[in-house]
Design a protein around this ligand. Structure first.
Ligand code: GCW
Length: 674
């Protein structure tokens, strides 16, 4: 059944006309050497070609016409392709003639590289691209390309909208169900090379011997796919598990405990990746509880894993309940002074924006501000604030917008992508993480279209220069059909969908106006939460005179945390892009937008546009009925109906509330809220 389980690795039967050509490009598979990874690559190509054409490529020792040849310089010294510059994970694909026979050669420096190459070739095959003349070289610039699971040991997933955790902790380590293999296939196919198994709001139990054994079992499944396992750790684990009196990072007994724990983990998982830490954030314990810094904490852990080649990813998502300063400024205030103080196997993990995975945020001020410290990106693939499982809001454009943002840290062109790929400041340790949207739902991600966000994250992590649109296209080709009659309308729907969500939820730079706790649906009126910075009214500051958060010198001066050219742009209401207007400025309701309309009218029009976009997606989707299988068609149609109703709810509730404050009439043509 088309229930979405196969993700983008469907290998659906190709058009009759394409089948012979496809099969002719993989009559046989020749691998130089043998390994579990090469077996996986071989079987994946067989599965793909068999699915698309019905013919199964043979496994052969000798090259024949139409061979797909997978080789490294080590296994095949006379390789006609240079593998310099491909690193340990990259690959080259080239069609060539060998002894008069047409061959497709995939070359790499490692078997993992060959596996990535095989997946690339299968992607071309699935998306209907000609395989006749290929000459491709591809290698990732970012070293760590990780999923972060916010999966709890009790099987729930924090901010997960696709069912319970896929980690079946009860039956691990003995039972390793087929889903783990399919998880590894999906991730390897887009170049993801690591996974943090458990929630950053960690429980100490994840470091006990039974859980280490369970993690080791998963690591065994993932290893031949080039995927390493990491764990989130709770700062007070030494106290909770072994009764230590303190978790002070400068206490030798604490350091010794972590060292012994690391040794124990590495004994079970020799290629264990390292630790991810949320400390002194939202109630989690951390080194500041002992008057130590984040660097003191990170460096102590880093020393524990150093001898094993492990790393520590230390999160910068911190804001304190007793700090009255603008929440958007707090991570920078805590971390910027620590630049240069972290050990060389520590990387600081920074969310894309300074608040929290909102539909739109300006890039985080730490990017570009800590040249002596490797920084990694944390994106959220799961859509906590973007409609969760039912809204179609493709995140590719959000990821792309952040990666392409210019920090001006070293002049024009100092993009966020260059900060995290290490090229701006010369860092070797580089990374990007995405908070996974994966659960036990048959379709893994809560909806078919949410699969695209997982896919886009992986593709951009591998190559930040790809465009969100090209990624949507290849995803749609593989997920639905290479028929452009299907692909084009789907890509069009996807490409405007995130902006539509911005319009019906948080137009013009509004932020964090979702209802409390679950963050689903509107709640701009909420003002009674204990922590001021959790209240939507804190963010929009709407009153009788106007709306928006003044983050210039007359307000919180958050703009002062950015490099001068950026700060200058955002400090001036006239040079601030309208999409960020209310993020940086408090403006009167009569403030004129570039269109000539007032900010009040502009706000209403954006709510209207957002709702209309969803209605247009419904129309487009309805027109695709003849081309999409019944199951996926019906689910998407039902979800779009939900989304439309909820976009309308967002619009109506937001307008009703803001109107109660602004006391203004709606512009002509806009309906009164229902
Ligand atoms: O996005 C917020 C979420 C919390 C999450 C926290 C974090 C894991 O609402 O659920 O906790 O951020 O990133 O630490």
């Amino acid at each position: 059944a088309e229930d979405g389980y196969d993700l983008w690795l469907r290998y659906a039967p190709a058009d009759q006309a394409r089948k012979p050509g496809l099969a002719a490009h993989a009559t046989a598979i020749v691998t130089a050497g043998t390994s579990p990874t090469l077996t996986i690559a071989t079987q994946e190509v067989q599965r793909g070609i068999a699915g698309m054409t019905g013919a199964i490529p043979t496994v052969s020792a000798t090259i024949q016409q139409g061979t797909l040849w997978l080789a490294t310089p080590a296994s095949a010294p006379a390789l006609p392709i240079k593998t310099d510059g491909l690193g340990s994970e990259g690959y080259a694909i080239r069609t060539t003639m060998i002894d008069g026979k047409a061959v497709t050669l995939i070359a790499a420096n490692s078997d993992i590289g060959l596996l990535h190459g095989a997946y690339h070739w299968l992607r071309l095959a699935q998306s209907g691209t000609s395989l006749d003349k290929l000459d491709i070289r591809s290698a990732p610039k970012i070293g760590l390309r990780l999923l972060n699971h916010w999966d709890n040991l009790n099987g729930t997933v924090e901010r997960g909208y696709a069912g319970q955790s896929i980690w079946d902790w009860w039956r691990l380590p003995d039972w390793k169900g087929p889903r783990y293999t399919d998880y590894a296939r999906a991730n390897a196919s887009i170049g993801i090379n690591g996974t943090v198994l458990n929630n950053v709001n960690a429980k100490a139990d994840s470091l006990t011997a039974p859980y280490i054994a369970k993690a080791a079992a998963l690591a065994d499944v993932f290893r031949p796919y080039g995927i390493k396992v990491y764990l989130s750790v709770k700062w007070t684990a030494p106290m909770e598990l072994d009764g230590l009196k303190t978790a002070d990072p400068l206490d030798p007994a604490v350091a010794a405990w972590w060292k012994a724990k690391a040794d124990e983990i590495y004994k079970a998982i020799p290629d264990f990746g390292g630790f991810l830490v949320k400390a002194n954030s939202e109630g989690q314990p951390g080194p500041q509880d002992y008057q130590r810094t984040h660097a003191d904490g990170a460096n102590m852990l880093a020393a524990a894993v150093k001898a094993h080649g492990g790393i520590v990813m230390w999160r910068a998502f911190v804001y304190a309940h007793d700090n009255p300063d603008d929440r958007a400024k707090q991570a920078y205030s805590d971390f910027k002074p620590l630049d240069g103080k972290f050990a060389d196997n520590v990387i600081v993990q920074v969310k894309n924006g300074a608040i929290d995975f909102q539909p739109r945020e300006p890039f985080h001020p730490l990017f570009g501000a800590m040249p002596k410290t490797p920084l990694m990106m944390e994106f959220q693939i799961t859509k906590e604030y973007l409609g969760q499982s039912t809204h179609l809001t493709y995140l590719g454009p959000l990821f792309e917008e952040v990666l392409d943002a210019d920090t001006y840290a070293k002049g024009k062109g100092s993009t966020v992508a260059k900060v995290i790929d290490g090229s701006l400041d010369g860092h070797k340790l580089t990374g990007i993480a995405g908070v996974a949207n994966i659960g036990v739902d048959r379709d893994w991600s809560g909806s078919i279209f949410n699969q695209a966000d997982w896919y886009a994250f992986g593709r951009l992590a591998w190559d930040t220069s790809l465009s969100a649109q090209d990624i949507a296209k290849e995803w749609a080709e593989m997920t639905f059909s290479p028929d452009q009659k299907v692909v084009q309308p789907i890509v069009k729907m996807m490409m405007g969908s995130r902006e539509a969500a911005v319009d019906y939820m948080t137009p013009l730079g509004l932020t964090h106006v979702m209802d409390t706790g679950h963050h689903y649906g509107p709640g701009p009126w909420v003002s009674d939460l204990a922590r001021p910075e959790w209240n939507p009214v804190y963010y929009h500051k709407a009153d009788a005179n106007g709306i928006g958060f003044d983050r210039t010198k007359t307000g919180s001066d958050a703009v002062g945390q950015y490099a001068p050219p950026v700060a200058k742009m955002w400090a001036n209401v006239k040079t601030t892009p309208e999409r960020d207007l209310l993020w940086f400025h408090h403006v009167p309701w009569d403030y004129r937008l570039s269109s000539g309309e007032t900010v009040w009218d502009g706000l209403i029009h954006r709510y209207d546009n957002g709702v209309r976009y969803v209605a247009d997606m419904q129309t487009t989707w309805a027109s695709l009925k003849p081309y999409v299988d019944a199951e996926r068609f019906a689910e998407t149609q039902a979800f779009l109906t939900i989304q439309h109703r909820e976009a309308q709810w967002w619009r109506d509730a937001s307008i009703a509330y803001f109107q109660s404050v602004s006391k203004r009439p709606l512009p002509a043509g806009s309906a009164a809220p229902a």
